[in-house]
Write a protein that binds this ligand. Structure first.
Ligand SMILES: [Ca+2]
Ligand SMILES: [Ca+2]
Length: 473
């Protein structure tokens, strides 16, 4: 009896000790970690985008929090997507639509998510590729994206203007890779004990091209085991696609053709479809392991605060679906991304199928930090869905220029292009977007409803047709 009583007293004391050390901070503030993966589509286990995909650490994160299974980017390129995410404003409200600068872009004056948290007393640190291109250093610690090792001389196929057939198994250890260094840096930042709560953004670069990672990650995916994306059985997917959509599929983010061939035609001609899928899968498995290294370090909890972890990608990626490659389109495969949140009040293993998009990251993290959401933000917090995943949300809006707009509700995708042509897909029956219903009279009512969701008064932008004229003669 006595021993049991003593054990009880000791364990009660330890529990109190843990509570004080753990979650009883007087200011009630939470640490926040935002992980952004570059060019990662839905080829992760928890989203089921590809049968060969291996992403055990991202999947474990999803199991420990809430997975938003219908999450989208607002722009299918790095610069506009990340600018929109970090400032919390839609591309159609800024004119920032493409990686190339447009003539009408506004200079955003409201603070980035980093600036917001800094002015609210957070220690802000940021490492790896978080912004696209130039940005000022900010916060307490900053790490530029470290460079990656290259293949031996004459073996490097990478050229951003060329087809994405640049997969190569590097003969180096993981520790030589830039993403490994980013994870190590983030682990060190996390360990620092400080009075202030932490806002940390971490940008991982793979599976962005070049698709070059250490050899052992390629070995997880024997070439014979690779599955190509599904194709409609006996139907030409292009048959019901508008001419504008076919041109978009042929384009490579509006870069020149390869001696008259599109990325897809070039890759098929050179029999490099499977090997490129393999290199993309290897790149995902590699980056997943680096994300896992960092997530493991969170178990230490040096500041004793509750922690919110969010993981997203900046846009999706095609590997031959619709005979399209890479980004620069507004179909499911280009826009669908992982979007996971873990933290206090988030039920482990929960899934929300309502649409969410990157515009919602900023207000959601502010809301989850129990701060007031600034009025200039365009997105909506996900707090309502964390409490009840069935609560409806506004559609995800993706822009590729001011007149190429996609509306994604949880059942439908409607696209209107700058020449007025349209696509309409019913995701309940057609998750691959094979059957364009835009010209079918039975669907006129839903189509009109979706058309009404396209924002009016969008900032002007470059016309995509111009690129077609230049590159697809
Ligand atoms: Ca990107
Ligand atoms: Ca089709």
């Amino acid at each position: 009896m006595t021993r049991l009583f003593i054990t009880f007293i000791i364990s009660a004391f330890c529990s109190i000790g843990l509570a004080v050390r753990g979650y009883a901070q007087s200011d009630g503030k939470r640490d926040i970690v935002l992980i952004i993966v570059d060019d990662l589509n839905d080829w992760v286990g928890c989203l089921g985008g590809h049968p060969n995909a291996k992403s055990p650490n991202i999947d474990a994160l999803a199991r420990s929090g809430m997975l938003f299974s219908q999450a989208y980017c607002n722009s299918p390129q790095c610069r506009p997507s990340r600018t929109s995410l970090m400032h919390g404003v839609y591309p159609f409200n800024t004119g920032i639509y493409f990686n190339v600068k447009g003539p009408n872009e506004i200079k955003i004056k409201t603070p980035t998510i980093h600036g917001f948290f800094e002015s609210n007393g957070y220690r802000v640190v940021s490492g790896g590729k978080v912004f696209h291109g130039n940005h000022d250093n900010f916060g307490d610690a900053f790490l530029h994206r470290p460079k990656d090792p290259k293949p031996p001389r004459g073996k490097d196929n990478f050229n951003a203007m060329r087809a994405p057939n640049d997969g190569y198994p590097l003969q180096v250890g993981d520790h030589e890779m830039g993403d490994y260094k980013v994870a190590s840096w983030a682990i060190e930042q996390w360990k620092k004990q400080t009075d202030r709560p932490l806002f940390m953004s971490i940008g991982f670069y793979r599976p962005h091209r070049p698709l070059q990672v250490p050899k052992r990650w390629f070995e997880l995916f024997p070439l014979q085991s690779i599955n190509r994306p599904a194709e409609p059985n006996g139907i030409n997917d292009w048959a019901d696609m508008p001419e504008f959509a076919r041109k978009l599929a042929r384009s490579h983010a509006h870069k020149p053709m390869h001696e008259g061939l599109s990325d897809h035609e070039y890759i098929v001609k050179n029999d490099e479809w499977d090997s490129t899928i393999r290199a993309y899968l290897a790149s995902i498995a590699f980056v997943d392991s680096q994300i896992g290294r960092f997530l493991k370090s969170l178990e230490r909890n040096p500041r004793g605060r509750e922690t919110i972890v969010m993981l997203v990608s900046d846009h999706g990626w095609h590997l031959g679906e619709k005979k399209h490659w890479c980004k620069g389109a507004i179909w499911e495969q280009t826009t669908h991304i992982p979007f996971i949140v873990r933290g206090p009040g988030v039920k482990p293993g929960s899934i929300c199928t309502q649409p969410v998009s990157l515009i919602d990251v900023y207000p959601s993290l502010v809301d989850l930090a129990n701060l007031e959401i600034p009025s200039w933000l365009d997105g909506e917090s996900i707090k309502l869905q964390i409490n009840d995943p069935s609560k409806p949300r506004s559609p995800a809006i993706s822009s590729y220029g001011n007149a190429n707009t996609s509306i994604r509700t949880n059942h439908w995708r409607y696209i209107r292009y700058e020449d007025g042509s349209e696509e309409l897909y019913d995701h309940r029956n057609d998750p691959n977007e094979w059957f364009n219903l835009a010209n079918k009279s039975d669907f006129l009512k839903i189509k009109n409803k979706l058309i009404n969701m396209i924002p009016e008064d969008q900032y002007p932008g470059l016309k995509v047709q111009k690129w077609f004229d230049n590159f697809q003669k």
